[in-house]
Write a protein that binds this ligand. Sequence first.
Ligand SMILES: Nc1ncnc2c1ncn2[C@@H]1O[C@H](COP(=O)(O)OP(=O)(O)O)[C@@H](O)[C@H]1O
Ligand SMILES: [Mg+2]
Length: 231
Amino acid sequence: MLNLQDVTYKKRGKYLLSGINGHVKLGDCITLFGPNGAGKSTLLKIMAGLVKPTKGKCQIESSSKNPIGYVPQQVALFEGLTVKDQLAYYQKITKQKSDTFLNDMIQSLGIEDILHKRIEQLSGGMQRKVNLAVGMIHQPEILLLDEAFVGVDLAAKYDMLSWLNQLNQQGTTIVFITHDWYIINSLKPTMWVLDEGQLLDQVEWNSISYLNLNGGSRSLQKMFDVNVANH
Ligand SMILES: Nc1ncnc2c1ncn2[C@@H]1O[C@H](COP(=O)(O)OP(=O)(O)O)[C@@H](O)[C@H]1O
Ligand SMILES: [Mg+2]
């Protein structure tokens, strides 16, 4: 449902992404994995249609008018509004008619007790939950999450991951970025290993330690030395 063909992105003479080819199928769960600056966020924005590749293309096949839910790295919420009003606002602009989905999401994410609180009264973790809820309020076919779990405690992570696992099992496609092994172990994704703007390989989460790092950057090698081999 999402086809990347030779996706290349150049900014100020520098290649942030070079010749990325890949295919995201309905119901897939994929993580973009790699060191800081590898190009993960840029690729996710291209998948979301927010950034246009310099060369190549990213095609989306869907019968839905609004198939994509994008949750940005920065919390994007209005201060001064309650959680309930925030959700109602996005429900209105995305024309989401199903209250059932919304209520399921509120219950699953455990945000029913904070509906009357304003954004600035919430902890960072709670804001992340609301940020996730807002980004997927229209029940998208493809969910794109850019480090959506930063600063979230284990209990909140558990709620978010249970909800995402449930959706993925029901057929929602998820592409996410994280540096957190707890999340990778829970979602069991296919890992697209990105390094210096190149897609090195695509491997299952439990085969990552067998990845051939020849040609990988020093940062990628360090990541593997410190972390990956132990998981
Ligand atoms: N708008 C921009 N202009 C110039 N350089 C950018 C821009 N956005 C990102 N970069 C650079 O591109 C590289 C990849 O960025 P990014 O996609 O955010 O990587 P990641 O999410 O993997 O950390 C980084 O070196 C970053 O500094
Ligand atoms: Mg990033």
